[in-house]
Design a protein around this ligand. Structure first.
Ligand code: SAM
Length: 202
């Protein structure tokens, strides 16, 4: 994980990657819940993917989706070196249509032990509407960046970088929707940029 962390840090676009403490956290969480069938939306160079893959048993699975395969391929040699690449099925393209297709097929309902979402923040609500169907009762969805640079607790007129301000309302909307959703129990952790864990209860 350290090797891939260093590669990712050198890559030009590293503003929103999973932090080292988030990687360690994910790895530990997945072991604690004995996750086997998992999904990741938003791979980038694969740091959180490696943290997940290392935690799964030899026959564990990760459906990993990203619109950009090139970035995934930067980290892939490290994942291969770690001996966990066989657990990963990578799909290039936007995740929402894949989720819609999986739901339409009907055979993936409640199939996932764990799903990590770390992609386009303006679609998190749309992901949640679909993922709640795909995660099993007792399974966990993790939404990354739910503190969104601390902006979710800042006054609306506080100075913020443009992209922080743009996505802030989407993250706030997600946080409110998760808090009001009685199908899940939630816990927001101040790890990295904030991870909200949602355990499906019904
Ligand atoms: C914050 S990075 C992911 C970081 C990664 N989890 C890690 O640990 O380094 C966000 C990723 O989401 C991807 N992404 C953006 N929109 C997407 C979409 N609609 N579907 C799938 N992936 C998307 C981007 O290409 C980018 O690689």
């Amino acid at each position: 994980m350290k090797e891939l962390r260093e590669i990712t840090a050198k890559h030009p676009w590293n503003i929103m990657t999973t932090s080292a403490d988030e990687g360690q956290f994910l790895n530990m969480l997945l072991k604690l819940i004995n996750a086997k069938n998992t999904m990741e939306i938003g791979v980038y160079t694969g740091y959180s993917l490696l943290a997940t893959a290392l935690a799964l048993p030899h026959d564990g699975k990760i459906l990993a989706m990203d619109i950009n395969r090139e970035n995934y391929e930067i980290g892939l040699p490290v994942i291969q070196k770690a001996g966990v690449a066989h657990k990963i099925e990578f799909k290039e393209g936007p995740a929402l249509p894949v989720l819609d297709q999986m739901i339409a097929e009907g055979k993936h309902h409640g199939a996932y032990d764990f799903i990590f979402v770390d992609a386009d923040k303006d679609n998190y609500i749309n992901y949640h509407q679909r993922l709640i169907d795909l995660v099993k009762v007792g399974g966990v969805i993790g939404y990354d960046n739910t503190l969104w640079n601390g902006s979710v607790v800042a006054p609306a007129d506080a100075p913020m970088r443009k992209y922080v301000r743009y996505y802030r309302d989407f993250v706030l909307e997600l946080n409110k929707a998760l808090a009001a959703d009685d199908r899940i129990e939630i816990c927001m952790l101040p790890v990295g940029d904030g991870i909200t864990l949602c355990r499906r209860v019904k």
